[in-house]
Design a protein around this ligand. Structure first.
Ligand code: SAM
Length: 213
């Protein structure tokens, strides 16, 4: 179990009946089941090879976890499931899965590999709200984890763009990335430079606010 999977598990509650879609080798589902961290857990994946490895891992762990071969929720008709984990895929796959989520799913634990600002905006457009967001650092990379619900939560331009993450180092990292991009943009590309200067300024505001908290 790596830090990212442990952090995903920390978003799960005892009362939840969880589907770990995009389960790959079922590490998260096995961890949840073995440690009895939720009411029940199911595992699914679109890829038969990944799912076969998941099934083997479940078998050697001497656990009982039902698995599904499915593109998101397409082949899943289990009304007991109320929580879904969608992790380790890109924003477009996250949205594709969410768009077919049945109404019994109340809680979404999401970790997208990319396009976080776009994902936040698209979630809001679909009336999904980010209740909590965290980043964790694992194997030299930051991973964003969102707890998404259907219950309204306030957003603004900055939280949609940068998240609601209370992590000083993460925003310093984003700011440093912006500075490096800016350094490579030719002086004549004024608008492109202004865009990144604005990002640096906005990130500075967030960093200051977190330091004062
Ligand atoms: C990198 S693994 C992620 C494993 C684990 N969830 C994690 O976060 O570390 C991505 C998995 O998502 C699966 N996947 C991609 N698109 C999917 C979809 N539409 N429905 C279900 N699984 C999908 C892939 O087959 C692959 O096994």
């Amino acid at each position: 179990m790596n830090n990212k999977l442990k952090a995903l598990a920390s978003f799960v509650e005892k009362k939840d009946t969880v589907l770990d879609t995009c389960t790959d080798h079922a590490y998260l589902a096995i961890y949840l089941k073995r440690n009895q961290l939720c009411r029940e857990v199911y595992a699914s994946d679109i890829n038969i090879n990944a799912l076969n490895i998941a099934r083997k891992n479940i078998e050697v762990s001497h656990l009982k976890i039902d698995t599904y071969l499915s593109d998101g929720f397409k082949n899943i008709d289990n009304k007991k499931i109320d929580t879904v984990v969608i992790a380790g895929v890109g924003a477009s796959t996250v949205l594709h899965i969410i768009d077919f989520a049945p109404s019994n799913i109340k809680k979404f634990i999401i970790s997208s590999n990319n396009d976080l600002a776009k994902l936040r905006k698209e979630l809001l457009k679909r009336k999904y709200f980010i209740k909590k967001e965290e980043v964790i650092y694992d194997a030299k990379k930051y991973y964003d984890i969102m707890l998404v619900t259907r219950n309204k939560v306030k957003e603004n331009r900055l939280t949609l763009k940068y998240g609601k993450i209370n992590n000083h180092e993460y925003y310093l990292f984003l700011q440093d990335k912006e500075r490096k991009i800016l350094a490579k943009i030719p002086l004549k590309n004024i608008f492109q430079r202004l865009r990144h200067m604005k990002n640096i300024y906005e990130l500075n505001k967030i960093i200051k606010r977190i330091s004062e908290d």
